[in-house]
Design a protein around this ligand. Structure first.
Ligand code: SF4
Length: 357
């Protein structure tokens, strides 16, 4: 099935105006709310069947919180999450338990996410027991062996403990555990960021193979645009709790419309070290999520900011087929930030080649 056909198919997951605010309270005897940390501030996107949607952004942009809200590991402030026809925010505990079988997670840290006291067999079999699947021990053991082979490990690994494995092998065990109940969607929260580069590519290849074999969908949360380029079909870029650009991978990497995406992409290393690269270095740090700037939330760092940017928040609008960007000046033919005539506040580094000399 082509990507276009897949995208027109009914979405597996629909997220609408998702909000997570944490109140800031002061006062000992009568605490009162004095502000809010707007961790996720109105996020909407779909994930289609057999698709990988990457959620990317700097640390603290709200991408992991979004993943945890979808899994209902934390309560939402408002919004709507529809997964395979179930409203995950309204659904009761019993129904949520059933839905969870189709919605699994792979955690970032392969060292902390596995119980060191359990053998691999017990770790992988745990979701099977929890959902009352394969009640006979012999069947569960066979299923665990099958899963170990699926993720590139062997049957004899079932009797070992997590500390006897490398980081990459542990992440394979985490993936086998998520696969055990045959989910439809896996939220992968920075699944390769704790691994070295060669192991990263092995895990990415494994995830792609599993997607092909089982028609899995992934919500792939990452800060690394190089990794995302290999695995994602579509990419959503988050900044301070909002999606500022979302598009097909090809469209986003070839023609980024939002100045923030352009800056992020300018930092991605090129395979050819002699290639000319102009790095866009943004001024200032990311503002606090408890003091989000008015208007466009990126205006304090944006090299193209104008008066309107300080007053009006730009909507996420379609700038090309299926390509949306939240910028007042987004157009179908964007000029890269470093090619624009006036760039107050932007620093453009010299080409790498000159640096080496
Ligand atoms: Fe920059 Fe203005 Fe566009 Fe925001 S709306 S990204 S501040 S140009």
């Amino acid at each position: 099935m082509s990507r276009e056909e897949q995208q027109s198919a009914e979405s597996l997951l629909q997220v609408r105006d998702l909000v997570k605010h944490y109140p800031i309270r002061e006062g000992i005897f009568v605490p009162r709310e004095v502000g809010r940390v707007r961790a996720v501030d109105g996020v909407s996107f779909n994930v289609h069947e057999s698709e990988t949607l990457a959620l990317v952004g700097e640390s603290g942009c709200g991408k992991s919180t979004t993943g945890r809200l979808i899994l209902r590991l934390i309560a939402t402030t408002s919004g709507q999450i529809d997964f395979m026809g179930h409203d995950l925010i309204q659904v009761g505990k019993r129904a949520l338990r059933t839905v969870r079988r189709d919605l699994q997670i792979v955690f970032q840290d392969p060292y902390a996410s596995l119980d060191p006291r359990l053998r691999v067999e017990d770790i992988i079999a745990e979701p099977l027991e929890s959902f009352g699947l394969l009640p006979r021990r012999k069947e569960r053991r066979e299923r665990v062996h099958e899963l170990l082979h699926e993720v590139g490990l062997s049957s004899y690994h079932a009797d070992r403990y997590p500390h006897q494995f490398s980081g990459g092998q542990r992440q394979r065990i985490g993936i086998a555990r998520a696969l055990a109940v045959e989910p439809k969607l896996i939220v992968a929260d920075e699944p390769v960021s704790a691994l070295d580069v060669s192991t990263q590519s092995q895990i990415i290849n494994l995830m792609q193979d599993l997607q092909e074999r089982h028609g899995l969908s992934f919500l792939f949360i990452s800060h690394d645009l190089t990794v995302v380029k290999h695995i994602a079909h579509r990419v959503a870029v988050m900044y301070l709790g909002k999606i500022v650009e979302i598009a097909d991978k090809q469209s986003l990497y070839r023609t980024p419309h939002h100045p923030y995406t352009q800056a992020l992409l300018s930092a991605v290393p090129k395979p050819d070290p002699s290639a000319h690269r102009q790095r866009i270095i943004l001024k200032d740090d990311v503002p606090s999520a408890s003091r989000i700037p008015t208007g466009c939330r990126f205006h304090t760092r944006c090299p193209l900011a104008d008066a309107i940017c300080r007053e009006q928040e730009p909507p996420l609008k379609e700038v090309a087929g299926g390509h949306h960007a939240a910028c007042h000046f987004a157009s179908p033919f964007p000029i890269p930030v470093h090619d624009r005539p006036t760039m107050p506040g932007v620093e453009t580094s010299v080409p790498i080649r000159q640096n080496i000399r």
